[in-house]
Design a protein around this ligand. Structure first.
Ligand code: HEC
Length: 183
């Protein structure tokens, strides 16, 4: 303790107590940004239809308040607004976007793209990160980039190249998610 105190007071003498406090505060703020990050494993995924459906997309967030906010942003296509950390978006059972703090993936505002293998046994992660490619080898972000004003959420009319599936086919694939309980 003695050494720490003298160390601190020596630094304080050099740079002034206020900036030492500022550095300390900065560090603890950086920690808290990371503390609220979500950990995503294969167990984080399940039946796509457990989410809240808006138009073609299913939305999840473990925190009910954050889910409400994510649904609000999506429903109203709110521009220049980031989705809350922990938000999961899904169009197809095998593709997911998960929101982390933006520092984790600065190029995508924190979105992590997942390509999954899904079966009745559950979920296997094929690829993850901000450079993930789809089943045709096309980077997710190459299509989602034009929707930057909408936090990279494409929907229809946000400027993304369309997926090669009509709404009917998308609905069929969602209905056929093998992880969902059999009726
Ligand atoms: C060919 C371009 C293209 C590629 C490649 C692509 N997407 Fe998309 N994505 C779209 C479009 C267009 C939509 C909106 C479809 C709709 O709502 O009808 C969309 C929708 C989504 C959605 C629902 C939220 C939203 O943005 O509307 C998620 C989640 C998603 N894609 C994830 C991925 C992931 C993960 C990958 C890579 C594994 C990927 N996408 C690759 C074009 C693409």
């Amino acid at each position: 303790m003695y050494y720490i105190m003298t160390g601190v007071s020596r630094i304080s003498a050099l740079v002034g107590t206020r900036s030492v406090l500022a550095v300390g505060l900065g560090l603890s703020m950086a920690c808290s940004v990371y503390a609220q990050d979500v950990t995503v494993s294969e167990k984080s995924f399940g039946c796509i239809r457990d989410g809240t459906k808006i138009r073609n997309t299913y939305i999840k967030n473990a925190d009910p308040e954050k889910l409400k906010e994510a649904v609000r942003i999506f429903q109203n296509s709110v521009p220049d607004r980031e989705y809350p950390v922990g938000t999961f978006l899904q169009l197809l059972p095998g593709e997911v976007m998960v929101k982390h703090p933006r520092q984790k993936f600065p190029d995508t505002n924190g979105w992590e793209f997942f390509a999954l293998d899904v079966s009745t046994q559950g979920t296997k992660i094929r690829t993850r990160g901000d450079k993930t490619t789809n089943f045709q080898g096309v980077p997710c972000m190459s299509c989602h980039q034009p929707a930057a004003k909408f936090d990279f959420v494409c929907e229809k009319g946000h400027g993304c190249a369309p997926v090669p599936l009509d709404d009917q086919k998308i609905a069929e694939l969602q209905a056929a998610d093998p992880r969902c309980p059999k009726k």
